[in-house]
Write a protein that binds this ligand. Structure first.
Ligand SMILES: C[S@@+](CC[C@H](N)C(=O)[O-])C[C@H]1O[C@@H](n2cnc3c(N)ncnc32)[C@H](O)[C@@H]1O
Length: 621
């Protein structure tokens, strides 16, 4: 099922292939249709691939080389339909959508409607989408139907029959159901076509220069995010692999060298390896470095499994007198004695593994076991101790937790080992990305990253999250140094005063507003942005000309002031020598982030933090 514009793109590709013998590149498609960015060209290609008009040939620079011919049908768009309050159907003459026969089946008559309103968002139907309807006057319970009520008012809802009447159920928790004794069904939804270009979010934009483009196709709601080695360890604010993959496929090609300047646990590096890109990852949190290395180093699963069973056997034979308790502050506050003994036995059994990569990989399962068996609340990123009766009853089975993690991780590594491209490499560097990390100037083909949110008091404290694990698995020479990590990260130390040389009006406005309420917090925000600006400069240095730098960022709230980090980055980057090509907004369905925080530190004063994020696409001039 494709739109008119997609048909035009398809026709262009076919004509190009006939003339040149090969397919046009994304750049050529962008130029031909005067698209805002190559990501839009990529979007069209993926839609044509999903609809079966183009073959999927991943990782080819001209990835659309084979065109299939399929039987297509044109479906008339008859009008608009409300996915909110019922409206009278509005006729839109002469508009059609083209879809392949396979998508709707051989039988039945079909028509299409453009959706208005947001009452079906939980069914994945959004304002501006086109729905294809199979004509029929009956429907099964729970089907999404075009229903006409009260003579001539049409609406799109899920239909249920109950207690002798009909319930028209919206798929949006903020809206109420409509009940009627009579409902006329005009058809059921068989396909949804996502509107892409029409959705712009002008909130906070001072002029037309930067505009956020809302694009639900980046949400990946309900998709599996723990495949390969992605699920081996929790880490705050991880990339959804699909987002990393799509950025890599759009802005780089096989054989390229990419860099993630805030690589965290290494999600983008895993995807790079799977897609045949060489990759550098940089981070300043030692636990992140450890995780990223383990996630991106392929290990033969047979050898791994053998070592795993041997370690379980060793564990059983270690006597309590043989273990060494770790030596860090507050050990007994965070762990019960029985837990310490079991963890120490597991650690001893792991350290005896001679192969360092296998030892490190199994240490990851121990690190996760530390989190789950400690006296901390596991749903939190900060260290919060379980209290009272709950703490008394807390009796975690350390070995069971470890085994569950290790076995899940071995399964992930088995897939990664099979799918990782053998001739590409990954290098992880422990460094501060606002300084020279040693990566050569003009050597990187693409930078993909998600920066920290800046203020650990209301968002994410990476160091605090990592502390107990880091102390157990020896990523620091002195485990007590683990408490200092957050101070060294971007924005970790407040600026001395509010004087600055950064060229961003959006930043200056935000700082003024925050400083009126809380000067210290404004200095935190400034410090973060000074560091971020230095990271942008370093990225400019490393990147080749004409290449892309994608940042996935959250616009956080400080003292009730929403800071437009995406626009600030665009302004700062353009001063350095980038062009901002795109700002795409996506929902965060499953990111491991605090959904609510207390911006005023008043109990109960909850404010949504990060349920949306922006993807800022920069290009080095
Ligand atoms: C949003 S997280 C990245 C998560 C990552 N995308 C993943 O999937 O795991 C941001 C990371 O930036 C790191 N970081 C903060 N300041 C840094 C700096 N100055 N230099 C390098 N890394 C830094 C933090 O340690 C954290 O791991």
């Amino acid at each position: 099922m494709i739109t008119k514009k997609q048909v035009q793109v398809l026709n262009f590709i076919k004509a190009f292939v006939t003339k040149n013998g090969y397919a046009p590149s994304l750049e050529e498609i962008k130029k031909k249709f005067k698209l805002a960015s190559v990501s839009t060209a990529h979007y069209y290609i993926s839609k044509l691939q999903d609809a079966g008009f183009l073959n999927k040939e991943h990782n080819q620079p001209r990835a659309v080389s084979t065109v299939k011919t399929k039987q297509t049908v044109e479906i008339p768009i008859l009008g608009a339909i409300a996915a909110g309050m019922p409206i009278e159907a509005i006729e839109i003459p002469d508009e059609t959508v083209t879809i392949t026969r396979d998508e709707i089946g051989k039988s039945g008559k079909h028509y299409a409607l453009r959706v208005q309103g947001s009452s079906m968002i939980e069914e994945g139907i959004f304002d501006g989408d086109i729905v294809v309807i199979r004509k029929q006057d009956v429907a099964e319970n729970g089907q999404t139907v075009v229903a006409v009520i009260d003579d001539n008012e049409a609406t799109l809802k899920k239909l249920y029959r109950e207690n002798g009447r009909f319930r028209l159920q919206p798929a949006n928790p903020t809206l109420f159901s409509i009940y009627r004794d009579e409902v006329e069904v005009r058809g059921v939804v068989v396909k949804i076509i996502r509107s892409f270009e029409s959705q712009l979010d002008r909130g906070q934009s001072r002029d037309e220069k930067y505009v956020r483009k809302i694009d639900y196709s980046w949400d990946y709601r309900g998709e599996k995010t723990k495949a390969h080695t992605h699920g081996i360890h929790t880490y705050p604010a991880m990339f959804i692999p699909q987002v990393g993959r799509r950025l890599l496929e759009t802005y780089s090609k096989e054989g390229d060298t990419i860099c993630d300047i805030f690589c965290g646990s290494g999600s983008s590096l895993v995807e790079s390896r799977l897609l045949g890109r060489n990759a550098y990852g940089i981070d300043l949190n030692p636990l992140a470095i450890f995780l990223a290395k383990a996630k991106t180093t392929p290990i033969n699963p047979q050898k791994l499994t053998k070592e795993y069973f041997a370690l379980l056997e060793r564990f059983e034979n270690i006597k309590d007198s043989e273990i060494q308790r770790p030596d860090f502050k507050n050990l007994d506050f965070w762990f019960k004695d029985a837990v310490i003994v079991k963890l120490a036995k597991l650690k001893k059994a792991i350290i005896e593994i001679k192969d360092e990569t296998i030892q490190n990989f199994l240490m990851i399962a121990l690190s996760e076991t530390v989190r789950y068996s400690s006296n901390t609340k596991t749903g939190e990123f900060k260290l919060v101790r379980i209290k009272g009766e709950k703490l008394e009853k807390h009796n975690p089975n350390v070995l069971t937790i470890f085994r569950k993690n290790a076995e899940k991780n071995i399964a992930g590594m088995t897939d990664f080992y099979k799918d990782a491209k053998k001739d590409s490499w990954t290098k992880i560097i422990y460094s501060d990305s606002s300084k020279d990390s040693g990566i050569k100037a003009n050597s990187i083909d693409c930078i993909i990253t998600s920066p920290p949110y800046g203020d650990s008091r209301t968002t994410v404290a990476y160091g605090q999250f990592s502390r107990l694990s880091s102390q157990w698995i020896d990523v620091f020479d002195d485990p007590n140094d683990a408490s200092g990590v957050d101070n060294d990260l971007l924005g970790g130390r407040a600026a001395k005063n509010l004087a600055h040389m950064l060229s961003s009006n959006y930043l200056s406005e935000s700082l003024d507003k925050i400083a009126k309420v809380d000067e210290a917090r404004a200095r935190d925000v400034l410090s973060f942005n000074i560091g971020l600006n230095d990271c942008l400069k370093q990225s400019y240095r490393m990147l080749k000309s004409g290449k892309y730098f994608c940042l996935v960022v959250g616009n956080r709230l400080v003292k009730q002031v929403r800071i437009p980090t995406d626009f600030i980055i665009a302004e700062l980057a353009e001063k350095i020598g980038f062009t901002c090509e795109d700002i795409i907004v996506r929902n965060i369905p499953g990111k491991r982030m605090p959904i609510k925080n207390s911006p005023t530190n008043i109990v109960g004063a909850l404010e949504e933090t990060m349920n949306k994020e922006s993807i800022v696409v920069l290009r080095k001039n």
